[in-house]
Ligand binder design. Structure first.
Ligand SMILES: *Cc1c(COP(=O)(O)O)cnc(C)c1O
Length: 412
């Protein structure tokens, strides 16, 4: 079980909307009305808010850099539909996600499929659609080739490189050292040689070094090293259509977290773009972001069903918990459990008069949503909001645990 740190002031999302009587509003709508209409627990995604963030980022990216969305961060089909017009493409990790991206209106040529465990069914779907497939192993390359042969055309692939460096200050490493993801840097020449004899063509290269990084300098350095590695490993005979520098831009969750400074990152990308164009004038840089685009645009709403005191500590028991929001419970890769930003959504303006533990309904001590937080006095029936819940929420949680009903998900 993760250790509990000292409680601190939590990160408070900017632009929090207070309605009448200090009630939280999301996209202009009061939470009690949303809860009455859709039930609780409930995930609410503000598509306009995500769209604004995407456009703000785009307006600062160097001209020509393509922005893709990693569907696994939040695959809600209505959300994808709303975000699609602002994006250049999507990254998917299964046949199911591929279908969602297609249904959202993304052209197959702008979809790439990543993931170490692609089944033959996934590969078939990708080849049938004509999307780019990220190669994560020698075995996978051969299975892609087998499927391509059956379809009678060359499959576009990108070589995902497992870099020989680690992304500094990243919440979760996705490469550097032994890894299920990508081809070890030193094996790249060999796999490119093998690919020459197979019905595939190398459309691009990709490095994705890690997730949830709030340090601009670490991101800039990792991207520069990724490009340098690709330039070094790509033989003279290949001119890639794209170089994908991955995702991993973080968002603030915890006390002391500061939002990622985007200016140094976009300046770094300017430099990389000129470097890239010196060698390959037609090759495009691609970013593929998940969390940064949608994470701040989602709120998880859960209702207090009971209030009790045990050994001097107050517990608010809610109808939602770790089965819907594993990340907020601290069980999705956290070493030290910290609280997501949380608020008593029905009484935002009341003074914080007590320290409470907010726990879910599951019969395990792991089911905690917020520990030792300062809150206004709450009663059963009140609504709790957990912010920064737009990415890696419901679909990253063990939703079937104890057979509690699924939360609704709505896009406003
Ligand atoms: C998950 C994933 C991303 C997005 O990661 P974020 O940390 O959410 O930006 C990008 N690329 C690949 C290959 C991924 O698996």
């Amino acid at each position: 079980m993760a250790r509990e740190p000292e409680s601190g002031t939590h990160y408070w999302p900017p632009g929090l909307e207070h309605g009448e009587h200090g009630e939280l509003r999301i996209a202009g709508q009061p939470v009690h009305a949303l809860a009455a209409q859709h039930g609780t627990p409930l995930y609410v995604y503000d598509a306009e808010d995500a769209g604004e963030r995407i456009q703000a980022l785009r307006s600062r990216l160097p001209h020509g850099v393509r922005l893709h969305y990693a569907v696994k961060a939040n695959p809600h089909s209505q959300l994808l539909h709303r975000l699609a017009p602002w994006l250049d493409g999507m990254d998917v990790a299964s046949a199911g996600e591929l279908l969602r991206a297609r249904q959202a209106g993304i052209a197959p040529g702008n979809i790439s499929m990543a993931g170490p465990g692609k089944t033959d069914h996934d590969l078939q779907a990708a080849i049938h659609a004509g999307c780019v497939i990220g190669v994560e192993s020698f075995g996978q390359l051969h299975r892609i080739a087998d499927q391509a042969r059956e379809h009678g055309h060359r499959a576009p692939v990108s070589i995902r490189i497992n870099p020989d460096f680690r992304l500094k200050a990243s919440g979760m490493h996705m490469g550097g050292g032994a890894s299920p993801f990508g081809i070890d840097a030193e094996a790249v020449p060999e796999i490119l040689e093998e690919a020459r004899h197979l019905p595939v063509f190398v459309a691009g290269f990709q490095v994705y070094a890690g997730s949830q990084n709030l340090h601009a300098d670490a991101i800039v350095e990792a991207q520069a090293r990724s490009l340098a590695l690709i330039l070094e490993l790509c033989p003279a005979g290949i001119i890639p259509e794209f170089v994908n520098l991955g995702g991993g831009f973080g968002i603030p969750y915890f006390p002391g977290d500061r939002p990622l400074e985007i200016t140094p990152v976009t300046e770094g990308l300017e430099r990389l773009q000129s470097q890239l164009q010196e060698r390959w004038p037609e090759t495009r840089l691609v970013l593929e972001l998940g969390r940064y685009l949608v994470g701040e645009s989602g709120v998880y709403i859960t209702r207090v069903v009971d209030r009790k005191v045990s050994c001097g500590e107050t517990f608010l028991v809610t109808d939602g918990g770790m089965h819907h929001h594993l990340a907020a419970s601290g069980n999705l890769g956290q070493v030290v459990r910290r609280n997501y930003p949380v608020a008593l959504a029905t009484r935002l303006n009341n003074p914080e008069t007590e320290t409470v533990n907010i726990v879910g309904p599951l019969c395990t001590p792991l089911d905690r949503l917020a520990m030792r937080v300062r809150m206004p006095h709450a009663e059963p029936g009140d609504l709790i909001a957990i912010f920064q819940s737009g990415a890696y929420g419901l679909t990253a949680s063990p939703a079937a645990f104890l057979d509690h009903p699924l939360p609704a998900e709505i896009v406003l």
